[in-house]
Write a protein that binds this ligand. Structure first.
Ligand code: GDP
Length: 599
């Protein structure tokens, strides 16, 4: 802007809007529809394409919304839609103290209803306390729907058959019910009095544009009514923003796509940017905006501008940006004290920093915001983190993970990042498991399954080396051999008889070892064990039938005291009920002599 700039120094900026929702529910289509409608209404493109965002001015919104919006009721300049939908960009785009987006649209497919990423998005909105509206999308797919392109919902709803209306109502009420299950009081938007307390549901079709006028109206109304104060900024003040993406750009080197949410940034400003290791202090070399479509055939896709004011998306080219991080703060220094600005950036970074423990898993994510979201989710799942960083999985991450003493923590969880080739090779050698995914809850689920697998394997090994309890009885007329070894037919009453286990007979509560199992046969076949309910013949080395043991005797497998302790304290939930019962009876007998036996 020039010297003739007569704008009020404090003015209202455009609210920043993010679109969230489950994959395929129509986020991109809805954004396209809004942009498309805006282009048509504005004829010569009154919408402005920013870097990473699209601004739709108030007069275009009011043309699209028709009777629903009277532009005189508003003094906010319009809406700035972030072009990349999804909660990933939402969590990346943060500002001091919370989400950068002032307001969100949660898209839910009316046929598909709530899905995992819908819940994940709701969680994020809840945590960041971002006001939102639900777009119940794809109403045109209700069987029998009679489309009326780009009309407000009321007009098209009235012209549908009873059956169609009923079907739509059912889907909408299901969504409202789901929202309520998640702790949000919601209703169809025209019934909502207070949008701060209740979530408005707007039926729309991103395909036919039905309900889009309503959606824009509600967004505009909500911002005007409840956010006006937050939109008051010092336009001429030093700019404040967030890095959306760090990108190499031919002819410009490393650039940062930035969303500016306060003040102004100028082409000759000094800026401080959050970096991987420390804040980066650098001078703007160029501010770049997308060139209007008509001029795109010229050499660069960008055009240089002298300054931009919030809210806007702008590409900043400057030296030393290689270590800049997506999600990090950007602050203009201008006539302020440089150290103070560095402190501010550092404070913001510290705000996002993840608490790490002495031991735990390694976490990598593509942006600061997603790193923080991962840390929150892992905290909820009680998984400790030893190191959390922005960036691809590199060999040094594998080195850190490989030092974990607990095998379950020899793991790296990578969210939306790549695994470098040498890291992969190294992980194989070091026995480190790397998990990557683009959905946080799936990533954590994969890791939890892995942990369960390890725990199960550990218990199985313990169980393999432990003597299993068993109570069994010698059957009458089933002595096949008197001694050396004695071979008798038995019925297993509880637990498991295993080969080589010692056998005891209780005299009162006194266990007397009578011998050792030296073979089990079931129907003439050698077997390793016999379970409760089986009738088998057992060779017992030691006793003579008629002397130490008799037909009809109740015998037990002897459980070493240490094994009894592990069985009772660690494996009680792993062994079958009948075995547990045998264990408890055995313990009772032992403890009637010595109350501390096996404790
Ligand atoms: P995203 O993954 O949430 O961004 O979903 P998309 O916008 O890519 O949409 C997924 C699919 O649903 C695409 O095939 C769209 O054409 C389709 N779709 C989106 N919105 C609508 C709608 O309102 N009506 C119909 N019939 N199809 C839609």
């Amino acid at each position: 802007m020039s010297d003739t700039d007569t704008r009020d120094p404090t003015s209202l900026r455009t609210p920043i809007v993010a679109v969230l929702g489950h994959v395929d529910h129509g986020k991109t289509s809805l954004l396209d529809k809004i942009r498309g409608s805006a282009v048509i209404e504005g004829e010569a493109g009154a919408i402005t394409q920013h870097i990473g965002a699209t601004a739709v001015p108030l007069d275009i919104i009011s043309t699209i919304a028709g009777d629903l919006v009277d532009p005189d009721d508003f003094d906010l300049p319009g809406l700035l839609f972030i072009d990349t939908p999804g909660h990933h960009s939402f969590t990346t785009l943060r500002s001091r103290g919370g989400a950068l987006a002032d307001i969100a649209i949660l898209v839910v497919d009316v046929n598909d209803g709530f899905q995992p990423q819908t819940l994940e998005a709701l969680d994020i909105l809840k945590r960041s306390q971002t006001p939102f509206i639900v777009a119940a999308n794809k109403i045109d797919t209700v069987p029998g729907w009679n489309a009326h392109e780009d009309t407000p919902i009321n007009d098209t709803y009235e012209s549908q058959s009873d059956r169609v209306r009923q079907r739509l109502d059912e889907s909408l009420y299901e969504i409202i019910g789901n929202l309520s299950d998640e702790g949000f009081s919601a209703d169809l938007y025209w019934r909502v009095q207070n949008f701060q307390r209740n979530v408005g549901v707007v039926p729309v079709s991103a395909m036919t544009g039905e309900g889009v006028p309503d959606l824009l109206t509600v967004m505009m109304g909500l911002s005007q009514r409840y956010m006006k104060e937050e939109m008051e900024i010092d336009v001429a003040g030093p700019g404040v923003g967030t890095v959306l993406e760090v990108k190499e750009e031919k002819g410009f080197g490393t650039t940062i796509d930035t969303v500016l949410y306060d003040g102004t940034i100028r082409a000759d400003d000094q800026i401080v940017v959050g970096g991987l290791n420390e804040p980066i202090v650098t001078d703007v070399r160029a501010l770049l905006q997308p060139r209007p479509l008509a001029e795109i055939r010229t050499e660069s896709r960008f055009e240089k501008v002298d300054e931009v004011s919030a809210a806007s998306g702008i590409k900043v080219a400057a030296p030393e940006l290689a270590d800049a991080m997506a999600g990090a703060p950007v602050r203009v220094v201008r006539d302020r004290d440089l150290d103070q600005v560095i402190d501010e950036v550092q404070a913001e970074l510290a705000d996002i920093a993840v608490d790490t423990a002495e031991e735990g898993v390694v976490v990598k994510a593509d942006t600061l915001g997603s790193l923080e979201a991962m840390a929150d989710a892992l905290d909820g799942a009680e998984v400790p983190i030893v190191r959390a960083e922005v960036g691809d999985v590199a060999p040094r991450d594998v080195s850190v993970a490989s030092t974990a003493e607990d095998g379950k923590q020899k793991a790296i969880l990578g969210f939306n990042v790549d695994v470098l080739d040498d890291a992969e090779q190294r992980a194989e050698i070091e026995d480190v498991t790397i998990f990557t995914d683009e959905v946080i809850y799936q990533l954590i689920e994969e890791y939890e399954e892995y942990v369960e697998g390890i725990e199960k394997a550990q218990q199985d090994t313990i169980l393999e080396n432990i003597t299993r309890p068993s109570r069994f009885r010698i059957l009458l007329d089933h002595t096949f051999r008197q001694n050396d070894p004695a071979v008798v037919g038995v019925e297993v009453n509880a637990g498991t008889i295993q080969n080589n286990a010692n056998v005891v007979k209780f005299e009162g509560n006194e266990p007397n070892r009578v011998g050792q199992v030296k073979g089990i046969q079931e129907q003439g076949e050698d077997v390793d064990e016999a379970r409760a309910g089986n009738r088998v013949s057992v060779a017992i080395d030691g006793p003579t039938v008629g002397r130490q043991i008799e037909e009809g005797d109740e015998l037990w497998i002897e459980i070493p005291e240490k094994h009894a302790k592990i069985l009772e304290q660690e494996l009680a939930s792993e062994i079958p009920g009948d075995e547990l019962e045998a264990l408890n009876m055995y313990l009772d007998k032992q403890r009637s002599r010595d109350p501390f036996w096996g404790k």
